[in-house]
Design a protein around this ligand. Structure first.
Ligand code: AP5
Length: 216
């Protein structure tokens, strides 16, 4: 089974949804830089204040901050069982830093799972997304409604709309994806690590395809 995995794809492609499914099915550690920043914002830490000033506008948090955060997390003991990186790397300096770090800690990246999705569907998914404030479970106002409106099925927490899930910030996030992150697909294709999947198939079918591939 492949166990040190990067999940890539544009905003709304389904990285977080798939990561949560794979994490429990394959017993991997889920490392989402977006979730780490949102936790810091919720806790009101200096990192949270800094991250919020970028995230709310759809901009990327500076590389030195993000790389430092991931280095610390990936070096922890629980990552030895295997990890899923969701939302990192997003720039060439981040990818280069990860290459060095994974050598240093002897936890090489084994595969990069890329989720393809067209822009119209990304906009539809992001504009309708709701997230549980307590456990982070993702919902959608049309395609993935909770049993009780505004309440998480899993933990009963309240659902909310992320501050960066608005038209203006999404435009900037998509621009960053094209300029800064999409070029990493070539970077990983050259290393022979890239495997792409069409995320339009729906979340259960996508999970089935990706978990079969990772289990090979
Ligand atoms: P982050 O939290 O990583 O956001 P993102 O990459 O924009 O991705 P999203 O969380 O919006 O979408 P997703 O692909 O996880 O989709 P989801 O599964 O939720 O980052 C947020 C911000 O933090 C960044 O903009 C940046 O400012 C900062 N940041 C984070 N990492 C950084 C880094 N490395 N460097 C610098 N800055 C960084 O699904 C979306 C919706 O679609 C849901 O409603 C879901 O139910 C539905 N859905 C999901 N999958 C499917 C499917 N297969 N079929 C149908 N519907 C589906």
């Amino acid at each position: 089974m492949k166990k040190n995995i990067i999940l890539m794809g544009p905003p709304g492609a389904g990285k977080g949804t798939l990561a949560k499914q794979l994490m429990s099915a394959l017993n991997l550690v889920h490392i989402s830089t977006g979730d780490m920043f949102r936790d810091a914002i919720k806790a009101g830490t200096p990192l949270g204040t800094l991250a919020k000033s970028y995230i709310d506008k759809g901009d990327l948090v500076p590389d030195e901050v993000t790389i430092g955060l991931v280095k610390e997390r990936l070096s922890q003991g629980d990552c030895a069982k295997g990890f899923l990186l969701d939302g990192f790397p997003r720039t060439l300096p981040q990818a280069e830093a990860l290459r060095e770090l994974s050598k240093e800690i002897n936890r090489p990246i084994e595969v990069v799972v890329n989720l393809d999705c067209d822009n119209a569907e990304l906009i539809r998914r992001i504009s309708g997304r709701r997230v549980c404030k307590t456990c982070g479970a993702p919902y959608h106002v049309i395609t993935l409604k909770p049993k009780v409106e505004g309440v998480c099925d899993i933990c009963g927490g309240p659902l909310y709309q992320r501050a960066d899930d608005n038209e203006e910030a999404l435009k900037v996030r998509l621009e960053h994806y094209v300029q800064d992150t999409k070029p990493l697909l070539d970077f990983y294709a050259k290393e022979g690590l890239l495997e792409s999947f069409n995320s339009l198939v729906g979340k259960e079918e996508l999970f089935d395809q990706v978990s079969k591939f990772l289990n090979k």
